[in-house]
Ligand binder design. Structure first.
Ligand code: DX5
Ligand code: ZN
Length: 220
């Protein structure tokens, strides 16, 4: 099995030293950097805005995988694109016109992702999949790091893998929430190729990051 890409969620980093933390996971071998944006409205937590994304941009050349858990979202796309996001992922549950939102992200020259909550059915993707670059399966309810993996989402990953393969397009299948070396293996077996990991990447401090990332990739 091919090793998955690892996108550490900086939600579990030391917020007082974010630049250093981003450099440390970059050097430790992460593939992307996952940035969780929460608004205290769509989800019950408030995190990072575009100015923080902009401040982090000079610290790494790695892909900024920006996960927007905000509603409304359209008014903020330009700010996140300008701040240095490479992939912008949105929740269809958070807005009335997801197709328009996807077109807006593409119009800004960025890759577009759609995220599905644990209770959201895969048919949300039916009329969007031909236009998107990534599907993000939430394996916890969005809002907080450190929650437990919801195993029913493995079936959803399998179904989406088939949908993606049927398109013949290069669409990434990413999983977010409760990913540790054990659930990582299950996600990859179900067809995921990118894994978000907050707690499992940052646990033990900077000296552990490389070993943590390598364990998530299935090595050792
Ligand atoms: C939850 C976020 C996740 C979360 C992952 O709303 O989207 O990215 O921080 O954290 P862990 O890996 O600790 O479950
Ligand atoms: Zn996330």
């Amino acid at each position: 099995m091919t090793a998955p890409l690892i996108s550490p969620s900086i939600l579990s980093a030391d917020f007082a030293r974010l630049g250093e933390e981003v450099r440390a996971i970059d050097e430790a071998g992460c593939d992307w950097i996952h940035i969780d944006v929460m608004d205290g409205h769509y989800v019950p937590n408030i995190t990072i805005g575009p100015d923080v994304v902009k401040a982090l941009r000079p610290h790494t050349k790695k892909v900024f995988d920006v996960h927007l858990m905000i509603s409304p979202v359209d008014a903020y796309l330009e700010a996140f694109a300008g701040a240095g996001a490479d992939i912008i992922t949105v929740h269809p549950e958070a807005g009335a016109h997801t197709h328009r939102t996807v077109q807006a992200i593409k119009g800004l020259g960025k890759q577009a992702g759609i995220s599905l909550n644990p209770g959201t059915a895969v048919d949300e993707l039916d009329y969007l999949i031909d236009d998107i670059d990534l599907v993000l399966v939430m394996s916890v309810n969005p809002g907080f790091g450190g929650q437990s993996f919801i195993s029913s989402q493995l079936r959803k990953i399998e179904v989406i893998r088939k949908m993606i393969d049927a398109t013949g397009r290069d669409i990434r299948l990413e999983v977010d929430g409760g990913v540790n070396p054990e659930t990582a293996r299950q996600c990859v077996a179900a067809g995921a190729d990118v894994l978000v990991a907050g707690s499992a990447t940052f646990k033990g401090g900077p000296g552990q990051y490389a070993a943590n990332i390598s364990a998530l990739k299935g090595h050792g």
